[in-house]
Write a protein that binds this ligand. Sequence first.
Ligand code: NAP
Length: 247
Amino acid sequence: MMLENQVALVTGAGKGIGKAIALALASNGAAVIVNYNGSKERAKETVNQIQENGGKAEAIGCNVADFNSCKEMLEDVISRYGRLDILVNNAGITKDNLLMKMSEEDFDAVIDINLKGAFNCMKHVARQMIKQKSGRIINISSVSGVAGNAGQANYSASKAGLIGLTKTAAKELASRGITVNAIAPGFIQTEMTDVLSDAIKSAALEKIPMKRFGEPEDIAQAVLFFASGNAKYITGQVICVDGGMVM
Ligand code: NAP
């Protein structure tokens, strides 16, 4: 078991990519904190699935956009488990529109969850990871943050910001035994992309050299790599998991 005795927290892990990440970390031996905001029942299902497979997990509700709630969640986890080895900032939303039509509220909402949410969690685990002299922080960005995407000014800005946050934290924390990396998924089949029109899906498919969409497990495997000892000399990097969409 590669992650035996390790404790991991995955934000937004009741469904989609977060759920696949939680399952993958747990099946490799980590005790997993399954964070949710709106989807309490789905988070419980993730926990049940992990426990049925013989793993350890619990669900904790917290809106990652709320600085104090993140502080409380992480203080609670660290005091009860005595450590936190892996933080995966996966929680994210979209509120797509063209720049000219985008409301201030929709811009702020996406930045607050996708970018500030990651800052809120990273800030509150950094001290503990420094104390442990070890830690893995993995941020789920997007190819939209790497290359931009028409109709996603708020989302692309949040995901590009997350890459800057990743690289800066990597530089600040490297000498303390902590790695910070990002994954930029391409088009992955989840509820986030299910709602897109057939026209948008066909246009996306056109841009993917592998000519198919990815699955949440494709992202989970990249997270597992960054969390594992195999990636111990890698920090501040961004891996696109996108079927070749951005290269
Ligand atoms: P999803 O199925 O819509 O899941 C989004 C997750 O984020 C949910 O678990 C949701 O939890 C959580 N979340 C949203 N707001 C939250 C908040 N304020 N506090 C805590 N959790 C919150 O989407 P997904 O496709 O799995 O996306 C997961 C991540 O991958 C996101 O960061 C997304 O931007 C990124 N990504 C996805 C794709 C793709 O093609 N699917 C591509 C690139 C990047 P609740 O339901 O409990 O609120």
